[in-house]
Design a protein around this ligand. Structure first.
Ligand SMILES: Cc1cc2nc3c(=O)[nH]c(=O)nc-3n(C[C@H](O)[C@H](O)[C@H](O)COP(=O)(O)O)c2cc1C
Length: 405
């Protein structure tokens, strides 16, 4: 991918999402103080703060058993639905494992969520790494690349049932015959159906996402790592004839890219670095080590050894989605500059995590987002275009006094 692959993309503002803390223990496996709750009331307030602070999406995690210290977990689809009902504009992406759900049942569930929320439901299809969740439930645990064979069929069923009537699909894992789901999803301009996000880093994951995902989510990466990671997705999308989002070519628009980053914004870079040092120093070592053992089922188990967590150090794993690697750490200005560097290489959306979610997410919207928008405007102008802010959450948020946290 060239530095700036198309000028049109520069007129599109970056989008922002946050991890819903629907599991206990926060986003870092550390005994450092984390003023982050995992219960519904905490999350309801957080979601409302988020939609007032410039966030377009929230992402729930799917977890059935303790891992990385997350001893207690709320189920993702029901939690997402409740958050949709509690908000006005936020889109809520629910993580889902193929293998735990039948795609027809999920398609129906999400249509209902979409109607309840007036077109704001979305899914993140994750192929899984925590083997015991499957085997202790008595479910099949497929070998790594085979999980993606099933995932691809699963996504094709979802899209088929959301966009067609009398839909049929014959495959290795799912067989659908003449099925029509009524009602269909809500018609939203610019959206063909509830958006399909996809998480996975391995070669098989990239190839699958390139063929069928609307959005590819990456774990935290440095700039070079992100370029490497999306190259496989871009090439698979091209091979399968997917067009550009400007409307040319294949049946599906080209995939878009989301990147995870753990945000530590402080008045000085020194303070921010000090906070990172404290998080890592106070890491819950047995939990991080247990997580490290469990994720051997992911990227490290592949034939080419590439994939999620394959090259993660102990320090990286303290944020269990490698969020420190993205280095959104420093002053608001430094973080905003870094964010725009990633935009230049193809990131469309940032998925963010924090130590103290309610306070720091509000601070992100107040202190960092306006600088990002200024830098994005400058970047667009320097390439002969204008940043179009009309569709951003900020533009749609009614003016009101600052949200109290
Ligand atoms: C943004 C993102 C969110 C994810 N959320 C979950 C989740 O909620 N539950 C889960 O079991 N795995 C989740 N995963 C992990 C995937 O299930 C998958 O195991 C992982 O991406 C490893 O894929 P790989 O081995 O193909 O690289 C997520 C991955 C990403 C990138």
């Amino acid at each position: 991918m060239t530095e700036i692959s198309n000028v049109a993309r520069l007129s599109e503002p970056l989008k922002f999402a946050y991890w819903v803390p629907n599991v206990s223990g926060g986003l870092v496996v550390s005994t450092i103080e984390q003023r982050t709750g995992w219960d519904f009331n905490y999350n309801k307030k957080l979601a409302r703060i988020a939609e007032e602070s410039g966030f377009e999406y929230a992402l729930t995690q799917t977890r059935y058993a303790a891992s990385y210290g997350a001893d207690k977990q709320h189920e993702a689809t029901s939690f997402s639905l409740a958050l949709l009902a509690a908000t006005e504009r936020l889109k809520v992406i629910s993580a889902v494992h193929p293998g735990m759900w039948h795609p027809g049942v999920l398609a129906k569930f999400i249509i209902t969520a979409d109607h309840i929320s007036n077109g704001r439901a979305a899914v993140n299809i994750v192929s899984g790494w925590l083997k015991s969740e499957f085997t202790n439930f008595g479910l099949d645990w497929l070998e790594h690349d085979e999980r993606y064979v099933r995932t691809e069929e699963f996504i094709r069923v979802l899209r088929g049932l959301w966009t067609e009537t009398e839909y049929s699909q014959a495959g290795k894992y799912y067989n659908i015959t003449d099925f029509t789901l009524n009602p269909a999803p809500v018609q939203v301009p610019g959206r063909a159906h509830p958006e399909i996000f996809f998480g996975g880093n391995s070669t098989a994951a990239q190839a699958t996402a390139g063929r069928v995902a609307d959005w590819y989510f990456s774990n935290g990466k440095d700039l070079e790592g992100f370029k490497d990671n999306i190259a496989g997705v871009v090439s698979s999308a091209g091979e399968s004839g997917r067009g550009t989002r400007q409307g040319g070519g294949g049946a599906l628009p080209a995939p878009r890219f989301g990147l995870n980053g753990f945000v530590i914004s402080r008045d000085s870079e020194k303070e921010a670095r000090e906070t990172l040092r404290e998080i890592v120093e106070k890491a819950h070592k047995p939990a991080v080590q247990g997580f490290r053992d469990a994720v051997q089922e992911a990227g490290p188990s592949t034939r080419d050894g590439k994939g999620m967590w394959a090259d993660s150090t102990f320090e990286d794993l303290v944020q269990y989605n490698d969020g420190f690697k993205t280095q959104l750490i420093g002053t608001p200005e430094q973080i905003a500059e870094r964010i725009v560097e990633y935009k230049k290489i193809g990131v469309n959306l940032f998925l963010t995590g924090y130590l103290h979610f309610q306070e720091e997410l509000a601070a992100f919207g107040r202190d960092i987002l306006p600088i990002v928008r200024e830098l994005e405007s400058d970047l667009a102008r320097s390439h002969g275009t204008e940043l179009d802010l009309s569709s951003t959450p900020e533009a749609k948020t009614p003016a009101k006094e600052e949200v109290a946290v």
